[in-house]
Design a protein around this ligand. Structure first.
Ligand SMILES: [Zn+2]
Length: 241
């Protein structure tokens, strides 16, 4: 039997089941997150869910303040809240609304040109195909062998190419996903595909957590380095050079 061409590790990924997320589903996910954040269930939320709930609260607060200070004709305060609202809307994946606030009637407000370009870049990162990557080669570096007596001292490694720029709520995935950026060409893609380096980190963390539980260490916390990218150690060359 030939190997499937889709990701079999996640449910609902069969191409026959593929369908776009509806606005109702996005609204339901958002309501669930906000309700959970304001309940006793908050302790059970993941870091991404807490971040999403915070972005929802930020958007609501800055929207109300923008309205208030616009009414009071306090331009400086209104401008500050407008920029914070645009940032919150970008985090929520509401790119149309963010664009309307940054550039009403299609013209960027003073000081909003850069943020307008950022909106377009993040939108493209979310909407493009998850599997699209740039063609940049990984940089090769030489590291010493951990054993100073090993007969080969110089080992080639490929350095990480992408790093995580942060999170964004993707209406395409209906969840918070990571924005990955190539440090060579700046190529952006936002998705929930985990680079292999991360999988080994997650496995290592599970091991540390199990050990901490066994020893009854209170509050043991093992964060995963968010900048950990897709580096891969080349097969160590064992020939004498
Ligand atoms: Zn690149």
């Amino acid at each position: 039997m030939s190997k499937p061409t889709w990701d079999t590790s996640r449910p609902g990924k069969h191409p026959a089941l593929a369908r776009p997320v509806t606005e109702d589903e996005v609204a339901a996910a958002r309501k669930r997150t906000a309700d959970l954040a304001n309940s006793m269930g908050r302790a059970f939320m993941s870091e991404q869910e807490k971040w999403h709930a915070d972005a929802i609260a930020r958007a609501a607060s800055h929207r109300a303040n923008l309205e208030l200070f616009t009414g009071l004709k306090d331009k400086a305060s209104a401008r500050m809240h407008r920029e914070a609202l645009v940032r919150a809307l970008m985090d929520l994946g509401e790119f149309d609304e963010a664009g309307q606030h940054a550039a009403p009637k299609g013209r960027a407000l003073p000081g909003c040109r850069i943020i307008r370009r950022e909106i377009q870049e993040v939108r493209r990162a979310v909407e493009r195909d998850d599997s699209e990557i740039c063609g940049c080669a990984r940089e090769v570096a030489t590291i010493p062998h951990p054993n100073p007596h090993h007969h080969v001292q110089a080992h080639l490694v490929q350095l990480r190419r992408r790093y995580s720029l942060g999170w964004v709520f993707s209406k395409k995935h209906n969840k918070v996903v990571t924005i990955w950026r190539c440090r060579h060409c700046g190529d952006l893609n936002a998705h929930d595909l985990i680079p292999e380096g991360h999988i080994s980190q997650i496995q290592h963390r599970a091991l540390l957590e199990a050990e901490a539980r066994r020893r009854k260490v209170p509050g043991a916390n093992f964060p995963i380095d968010p900048a950990f990218g897709d580096q891969e150690i080349l097969r160590a060359s064992t020939q004498r050079r």
